[in-house]
Design a protein around this ligand. Sequence first.
Ligand SMILES: [Zn+2]
Length: 322
Amino acid sequence: MSYRRRVKWNLVIAALSALAMFFVAIFIIGQAVWPHAAEPNTCSEPEVLSSETEQSSQPEQSGMINGKTFRVSSDAIYSGELILVNEQHAYQAEESEMISVYSFKNDSYWVKDKNVLVAEQLAEPFNRMMEDFSAKTGLDDVMVISGWRDPEKQTILYHDDLAETGKTDSTLVAKPGYSEHHTGYAMDLGLIQLVEGVGRSYDGEGDYSWITEHCTEYGFVIRYPADKTEITGIDYEPWHLRYVGIPHAEIMKQENLCLEEYVEFLRNYGWESPYQIGDWLIYWQQPEKTESGELEIVVPEEYSYTLSGDNMDGIICTVSLK
Ligand SMILES: [Zn+2]
């Protein structure tokens, strides 16, 4: 082999190894700069993991609980804790049973007389709330002054208010048939007159703001808030409590919705995509009318639930996942 040839061979080997090193370098840089492009297989792994975590944290969502059809009376739309009664929606349920506040009250509050009636569901949570209020503030001078009202009594109140204000319409007293007080889920608070002749009205201020702030924990809402008067059509009434139950009162507080807005909000959550909060699922449905006049709805097969109409055209189901 001549010297020239050897040099040529060396050149070829050198060129080849330079080329090889160049490709190795490109490969390493490629790995470092575009790790995902170079490793297409690893992409599927985090996807699988994330869908697994999602599944374990939300096992009951998207119609994943088993349901069955269930028939309720046509009256079901117009009764229950979430019915919306306002100027546009008259109370139309058949009479439901009321109990006297006097019959269940504890020592942490007062009631005007034995004729103040409310729906039975309010008794336990209201007692508990007033007990906690009394323990926190040392006060026991709150008095329930009004609960359930029949339409005749509302007629008197309504005309009294018109006479007093000289107006043709009232922003303080609802029209007979259109008052929340017909439901039995509303109560008005006052303060007992501790000194003869010195009347005090309940304004939800000072120590009493505890009730305004905490009532949702017991299933109550301030039904006519100051920032919703345009929607409710009623002036701010800190003394008017409405029972909607748990978890609805808490959601209304969280989302800052009055009842008009809340029942509208729930229409977005059907059986297939319920609203989930903690251990609760909530869904709204428009029932099918059967030949017999009954309404057909879907209810959970394995979980306990409560039903309430919205007083318009739907039924709200509240499912406890506990
Ligand atoms: Zn009231």
